[in-house]
Design a binder for this molecule. Structure first.
Ligand code: C2O
Ligand code: CU
Length: 474
């Protein structure tokens, strides 16, 4: 049952009679139609000194085409599978009807090579999202199948230019070709498939041209298999205006760095306060042993667009999101174990006690609540918990492993309500949250979208290594 308070909040936020996210959407200006064809292609990823790289991409390009539409419109995408593997498309972060979620064996059958599937759903929330396969993800996303999905606000904030930055990391050989060995046991048990070639929008990028005085909106998306980025915009003062698509109170990032694990997004406003001709590095600090220059902002010689930063508000209008009702909440717990360098006593698999070596023999590296689930993409997914429709779920997650895990929930948005046992008040609504080694986090979400949904780590080799399960709403 929907609690009275949740219902009031939902109706107060503009929904007619129910909290089902897509039902409250007024279809404005109808439909936006696109076609996407996952297929092999080539792209110059490593730079002009290197040969082109054979990739898989939507329409043969990486990143795939930007799908843009306005909040409240209906997105229709006809997918024709042009690779020689079954695939699907998942719309990361979008609150949509379950049967459009793109999870093979759960919400649809995989799209066979040469086969087609049409996705059609309204987009209830403005924001920065992305799309990618949900099958053989380590290889399919790792070879370049991803693209941005941008849902524009009815009334966007005023900026001079908007850029979408998809951050990726590739494992290439000397000939600039993608190395095989996806989902290998080392990557599964450590920090995923960390590569050797970091790209911006599918290309090693030295400089990004900017103009003094202009205001940029940057939509950052981490599409990498395993790499986490923590970007320091040297000489600048970025303001975070949205996380995982949803508006937040504009603020400077903690430690001045924008940290994004795989799957996560941040929208930032950047005022170009340097002078004509100046250059500033954007430095990635996430791995202390590997601090490097991600790109350089290169100021052109033209006269500044304006002398002082634009004096216009940068706060985005809120999306209509269901606010968790903590009093009436259902409590669930999820304990992550396994991987290298983690004590793992008494893990069970199919009713027996197992050790990591035996688990790895079945392609599993991780446990959830002490259970190891054999490599599960396209197979059987464990049911982690069930929540009645409309009820708030509080989910306490503990990371007992030695590794970072960005945990992603489908079909819903959540708030972080506690970190390491201490209550926090954070206004962000997220679909992916990074849990550090030995950290615990509690999140809360209104289970307002009926169906069977995935919960998984977005390090793709952890996902295939057993850190994926289902929760059911309704
Ligand atoms: Cu970005 Cu389950 O996915
Ligand atoms: Cu993980």
């Amino acid at each position: 049952m929907i609690s009275r308070r949740a219902l009031l909040l939902a109706t107060g936020a503009g929904f007619a009679a129910t909290a089902l996210p897509w039902r409250g959407v007024r279809a404005q200006e109808g439909l936006k139609r696109f076609a996407l064809r996952p297929m092999p292609g080539t792209a110059n990823i490593a730079g002009s000194a290197y040969p082109d790289t054979a990739i898989w991409g939507y329409d043969g390009q990486v990143p795939g085409p930007a799908l843009r539409l306005r909040r409240g419109q209906v997105l229709e995408v006809e997918v024709e599978n042009g690779i020689d593997r079954p695939t699907t498309v998942h719309w990361h972060g979008i609150r949509l009807p379950n049967e459009m979620d793109g999870v093979p064996g759960v919400t649809q059958d995989a799209i066979a090579p040469g086969g087609r599937f049409t996705y059609r759903f309204a987009v209830p929330d403005a924001g920065t999202y992305w799309y990618h396969p949900h099958l053989g993800s380590s290889e399919q996303i790792g070879r370049g199948l991803y693209g941005p999905l941008i849902v524009e606000e009815e009334e966007p904030i005023q900026v001079d230019r908007e850029l979408v930055w998809l951050l990726d990391d590739w494992r290439l050989g000397r000939d600039a070709q993608i190395l095989g060995g996806f989902d290998d046991l080392h990557d599964k048990t450590h920090d995923g498939r960390i590569g050797n070639t970091v790209t911006l929008n599918g290309k090693v990028t030295e400089t990004v041209p900017v103009r003094a005085g202009e205001r940029l909106r940057l939509r950052l998306v981490n599409v990498a298999n395993g790499r986490i980025f923590s970007l320091d915009f040297q000489g600048h003062r970025p303001q975070v205006i949205a996380l995982d698509g949803h508006p937040v109170t504009p603020h400077a990032p903690k430690d001045g760095r924008i940290t994004l694990a795989p799957g996560m997004r941040a929208d930032i406003v950047l005022d170009l306060e340097g002078r004509p001709g100046e250059r500033f590095d954007v430095v990635d600090h996430f791995y202390p042993q590997f601090v490097y220059r991600f790109v350089t902002l290169a100021y052109g010689a033209e006269t500044p667009l304006r002398d002082s930063p634009l004096d216009a508000p940068i706060r985005l209008a809120a999306n209509d999101l269901p606010v968790p009702d903590l009093d009436g909440a259902q409590q669930e717990n999820l304990l992550f174990g396994g991987g290298m360098m983690s004590p793992m006593a008494g893990a069970r698999m199919a009713g027996r006690t197992v050790d990591l070596r035996e688990m790895l023999g079945h392609g599993v590296a991780w446990t959830m609540n002490g259970e190891a689930h054999p490599a599960n993409e396209g197979h059987h997914h464990p049911m982690l918990f069930r929540v009645p429709l409309g009820r708030t779920c509080r989910l306490a997650m503990t990371n007992e492993t030695a590794w970072y895990h960005p945990i992603h929930l489908h079909g819903h948005v959540f708030r972080v309500i506690a970190r390491n046992g201490r209550k926090v008040e954070e206004d962000a609504f997220l679909d992916t949250v990074l849990i550090a080694p030995r950290e615990s986090l509690e999140i809360a979400f209104v289970a307002d979208n009926p169906g069977r949904w995935m919960l998984h780590c977005h390090v793709l080799e952890h996902q295939s290594g057993g850190m994926m399960g289902l929760f059911e709403v309704g």
